[in-house]
Write a protein of this length. Sequence first.
Length: 394
Amino acid sequence: MFEKVEEYPVDPIMIGADYFARDPRKDKLNLTVGIYQDAEGQTPVLEAVKRAEQHLVETQATKSYLALTGDADYCAVLGHEILGQSYGAEWVAAQTSGGAVALRVMADLLAQMPKPPTVWLQTPTYGNYVPILTAAGARFAHVPYYDPLRRQITFDRMLAGLEKARAGDVFLMQGVCHNPTGADMTPEQVAALLDLLEARGIVPWIDLAYLGFGQSFDADCAMARQIAARFPECIVCITLSKSFGIYRDRAGALFVKTRTADRERIHRAVSAIVRSGASHAPDHGPSVVRTILQTPAFKALWLRDLDRMRDRVARVRARIVDTEEALFGTQDLAYLGRQSGMFSLLPLTGDQETALTRDHGIHVVKGGRVNVARLGEGDISWLIRAVRDVTGRG
């Protein structure tokens, strides 16, 4: 039977991590998997998380199942924290196992509609969107977002591509710290995009994964709040893995804004889809998040550490720019200093990307994505020299 199973496409992020594990060299650098690391190469457990976990150990009274859509208090606290005053009774909320499950639940819902909409994706964008949409059987199409060789957003081309969308279609975009490019739209571009979506009746679907890594947690919620306040129907998916450093504990949420007449029906649909898949969301990570957000002392500790993580990533980006200037008097990678978050795309062709790993032991995600948060002080000049070598500038 199993000999009939065909090859499945694998997430290029996971492929990159696997190649790194199999590389026998000791002198190698892993810039693939998207986790934050400190200057010592560790992914720390935040102090606020430790304190919240201890509080749960002392006070949690049961491990019974939650509702299919999870802990209503968690959803309400998180909804108000991220969406502000626009969060209210018209929203359907579900606690999910990270952002990927939130994305999949929504993809299933869209695919099962009598007349399924097309989900429009930025290119390049997060590598797991297409597998999630494909597995759900959802329809999708692409619009250009970023040119890695020119190192700039192709904003006008993106808007032109969206002119092909029909009313009722969905645009899946990211908030701050765009993965994989690190290139975020300006406030003026966001305003122009939302104008187009509203004029054409396209439903915005925003995916939030790096709140706090752009400017601050509150400031990074601005785009989601604009969408929530402006559109009668919209979708918000959230993962808190990076913002709280709780990757393995899988804290996320799905928020769907509906018209009043549709709310109960959409709640039943989301519940049914959750039951047929994840069934019940794990609760440890979400309980930690809820406890932190509801406890002022814990929240202050968390925001302090989130600020430190953001500042470290910004310093690494600035250090890349300064080191290249000091070593070679060039600014080929200066664009990295203008971008935000953990990820950026190196301006490499496929052959140059292969050479980066083969000749220099630097592993990146296919397409040239690097996680700058995984660069230690001694790695920066190594990366710069290697990029110069494979691009013929060495």
